[in-house]
Design a protein around this ligand. Structure first.
Ligand code: FES
Length: 263
């Protein structure tokens, strides 16, 4: 959650009226969590470096201008942080409104329904309505896919189903980069990147012309685990079909001797 805590001198701050002491270098978001306060977030994750891209975790800090992202802001001695105010609620709602305006509204039939952080955060910030509509002929690469022949963007990137174990649906991607960071920081593979800028930015496997199968992806699934939406989804047994054969192997990585079934 935000920048992982580092061992350092203790720093005491106040978050929403609660005194909390954490090691120096800890993010404000993590300090808030230590005080039992969960700041809304999308791009931060417990096991990865903070990135600060979603802007949902903004807070107010007394004596400091602006509304910094709590996941990338380190604590300071005597800091007084507010995670809830009308201004912050408005900002978070506005951010979520923009995300949802560029996202398919097929929650009821989506594989991630009920297990989607985007859905959870929309509810968390009280989003009930979206004022923005996609412009006709928009060139947003991540924009609504023309599902069932209906859609506004002729330039959307089609679903990548090349990997045998999971699918990648760019129409549902919020470009939080959690998958890219998981690939780099958790797996050390560097198979994913973000190409383009602004509305045209999107997650890409490999180089130009690659899909997940032809990229350096090793199918570890770290990106699927990290994805907060249904962009990266494990293929179900139904989609995979019955295997023609299966093999039981014993992992020699450590001395435990776990057995795995490969199909
Ligand atoms: Fe901090 Fe996304 S969680 S900017």
């Amino acid at each position: 959650m935000g920048t992982p805590a580092k061992v350092g001198l203790p720093v005491t701050l106040i978050v929403d009226g609660i005194d909390v002491t954490v090691p120096e270098g800890t993010s404000v978001m993590r300090a808030a969590a230590e005080a039992g306060i969960m700041v809304p977030k999308l791009c931060a994750s417990d096991n990865m470096e903070a990135f600060g891209s979603c802007r949902l975790c903004v807070v107010e800090i007394e004596g400091r201008r602006g509304t910094p992202a709590s996941c990338t802001t380190p604590v300071m001695e005597g800091m007084i942080v507010h995670t809830q105010s009308d201004k912050l609620r408005r900002m978070r709602k506005g951010v979520m409104e923009l995300y949802i305006s560029d996202h398919p509204l097929d929650c009821l039939t989506c594989a991630a329904n009920g297990d989607c952080e985007l859905q959870d955060m929309a509810g968390n910030v009280g989003l009930r309505d979206v004022r923005y509509k996609a412009p006709e002929g928009a060139t947003l690469l991540n924009h609504f896919a023309p599902r069932d022949g209906v859609g506004v963007n002729a330039h959307y990137t089609p679903k990548d189903e090349s990997n045998p174990y999971f699918t990648f649906d760019p129409a549902k991607c919020i470009v939080c980069s959690r998958c890219v960071r998981a690939c780099e920081e958790v797996q050390g593979t560097f198979a994913l990147t973000i190409e383009g800028r602004g509305f045209d930015s999107r997650v890409k496997a490999g180089a130009i012309g690659d899909d997940f199968l032809t990229s350096d992806c090793v199918s570890c699934g770290a990106c699927v685990q990290a994805c907060p939406t249904a962009t990266l989804q494990e293929k179900s047994v139904i989609e995979l079909g019955t295997p023609e054969r299966s093999v039981i192997t014993t992992c020699a990585y450590c001395g435990v001797g776990c057995s795995f079934k490969a199909e």
